[in-house]
Write a protein that binds this ligand. Sequence first.
Ligand code: HEM
Length: 235
Amino acid sequence: MNVNADSLCFWLTLRILATPGLADRIRTETAPHVHVTQPANVLGLAEPPRLKLSLAGLKAECPLLKSCYFEALRLDAAPWSIKHVVKDFVVTEDEKHAPRGGGGGGGAPKSFALHKGEYVHIPHDLHQSDPAYFESPELFKPDRFLVRGQDPDGKPNADMGTIRPYGGGVSLCKGKLFAEGEVLAFVAGILALWEFEPAGANGWQIPGHVKASGVSLPKTNVRVRIRRRKLPSST
Ligand code: HEM
C-alpha cells in the first residue's frame, strides 16, 4: 500500500506524461468516472477542489488506463516469488511461447526436473523484459495489453497476459485488487486535477531503477512544474 503501490503511482503518472498526447487520452477515457468540481469561495476563503471517483468505472470501463497500468507493472515492478516444492515434477518449455527453444539456442524445448524439498525462485522481471514475449521490451507501449474482446462494438479490454507481478499460488499477493484500485484512483485523480511539465530543458526523462522489494525506486529525482487544471465550478 505504501511501499509498492505508491511507487507504481509515480511510474505510471510519469510514463503517461512522458508519452505525447497520452495524458489527454486518459483524461477523456476516465472523465465519466472522475468528477472534479471547484466549490465557490466562502467569505473570500478559497475552497479546495472536490474529487469524486467511481472505482468500479475506472476498473471496468477504462481499458487504456488499465493497459498502461499493466505496462508500468511490466516495466517498473521486479518482484520475486519463492516457492517450496512439495512433490517432484517436471517443467517443460512451451514451444509456441518460447520459440528460441533450449534456452536460446533454437533447439528442442528444455525440461527441468524439480524435486520435493527444493526451492524455486521466480524473478518476474526476467519474463517481463523478455523480447520473445514483448516486442521492444524496453519501450512503454500504452496499448500493449489491449485486446479485442467479444464486444460487438469492438471496444477493447485490457488483459494482463502472461505477466504475474503479483505472483501466484497460495501466496498470491493478498493486496492485488487493493493495489490496482489504489493506483488507478490516484493516477486518474492526479491527472484530472493537475497539469504537469518537465522543469528541465531536456524534456521528460525516465530515471533508472533501484531494485526494491517489488516495484523499483527511481535512481534520480524527477523535477516538474505543476499547476491546477481549470475546473468547472460546482455552483
Ligand atoms: C503494485 C503493488 C504490489 C505488488 C507488485 C505486489 C507483489 C507481491 C508479490 C510478488 C507477492 C508474492 C507472491 C508469491 O509468493 O508468488 C506479494 C505478496 C503479498 N502481498 Fe503484495 N504486492 C503489491 C501490493 C500489495 C498491497 C497493497 C498489499 C496489502 C494491502 C499487499 C499484500 C501482500 C501480502 C499480505 C502478501 C503475502 C501473501 C501470502 O504469503 O499469503 N501487496 N505481493
